[in-house]
Design a protein around this ligand. Sequence first.
Ligand SMILES: Cc1cc2nc3c(=O)[nH]c(=O)nc-3n(C[C@H](O)[C@H](O)[C@H](O)COP(=O)(O)OP(=O)(O)OC[C@H]3O[C@@H](n4cnc5c(N)ncnc54)[C@H](O)[C@@H]3O)c2cc1C
Length: 376
Amino acid sequence: MDRKTRIAVVGAGLGGMTVAGFLQRAGFAVTVYEQAPAFSRIGAGIILSANVMKVLRRLGIEQMVIEKGIKADSYISRAWDTGETMYKIEFDSASEARFGGAYANIHRGDLHAILEKGVAPGSIAFNHRLIALDESRDAIRLVFENGLKVDADIVVGADGVNSKVREYLLGPEPPRFSEFVAHRAIFPTEALRGIKIPDCTKWWGPDRHILVYFMTSKRDEVYVIGVVPRPTWDSDEASLPSSREALIKDFANFHPDLLRVLAVTTDVTLWPVYDRERVDRWSGGRIVLLGDSCHPMRPFMAAGGAMAIEDAAVLSRCLAEFDEPAEAYRWYEATRIDRVGDAQRISIENSWMRGPTDTDWFYCYDPCVAPLTRPA
Ligand SMILES: Cc1cc2nc3c(=O)[nH]c(=O)nc-3n(C[C@H](O)[C@H](O)[C@H](O)COP(=O)(O)OP(=O)(O)OC[C@H]3O[C@@H](n4cnc5c(N)ncnc54)[C@H](O)[C@@H]3O)c2cc1C
């Protein structure tokens, strides 16, 4: 595509920053419009598997992620009551060679700060909340809450689960509350007073689960995310304050190894878990969607961010390779939709690495070089 094409990316999240970084490297003029006034170190961790690390490597930021976060040495699934190990996967030099990368955990705020280094300085416009789009024959106009209007040739909707760009493309439709909520907590490892924990453990209960992992290479910061069923969510807030007591109550019958960890949690917050039904239309006219804007999924496979980053890698390849946006979008959708659909299905099943699991199709994939799929 003509490198003079003006590309507006809406949303400086994981997918938006990645696609901007790649498109800028390919020679496009890209501006990212972000509603937030700045990035903040919000309290949550994220798991990045080898398929993502390969993308970060191409952006020149893999090593920074490994240094700021942690290369987990293993992932363990344990039964909530007996503590029995249901599945364990070692991450060592052999697995890195096999998957083509590490399995890293990191604080989201730290990941954002690193992703920002992957985009051209000055190309993120903060305080720009998109409120409307207006597409004409020659351009697409973005209208922001701050009064600014900008014309672009194409718009990449990377604006997350409540995407305004998706609304323009597909019509208004709120995301689906999954009837699960997530307690999230972060605390310093020293609070454990010498109790040893593995790098990454998922505890599996009958109707709930909880993950505990380190987020830093010094293993000095621990993240806990405990998911429990809840029939409704009545608040408009993205999250609500919660408490250690509420978290412990929801996992009261779990194994003592877990309860010893929960006993020292601090800064507990409660988050609704949303997703959407699978929709296989991610583009139209001058617009294309990626990440949570087109396929938000339950975080039970730890794959939503990974899929957004993979989308970004593939979309940028398609835009660089094909002459017309519509053709690029068709190749992008053909390459991405089935793989993302599998991740959506597995996330709903909550079956990933519960027991012996074929992980190769997911971790070995390299979205930067995997063959693109010819559209039907
Ligand atoms: C509890 C929980 C745990 C998770 N754990 C993991 C994990 O371990 N691994 C993993 O891979 N994934 C995980 N995920 C999923 C992951 O967080 C998302 O899938 C990922 O952030 C999606 O990236 P994105 O770029 O599409 O959207 P986001 O990262 O949500 O970014 C969207 C951006 O758009 C901005 N924006 C929104 N509306 C507008 C607007 N109108 N104008 C301008 N800007 C706008 C937002 O401020 C935001 O910066 C988890 C999700 C949850 C809820």
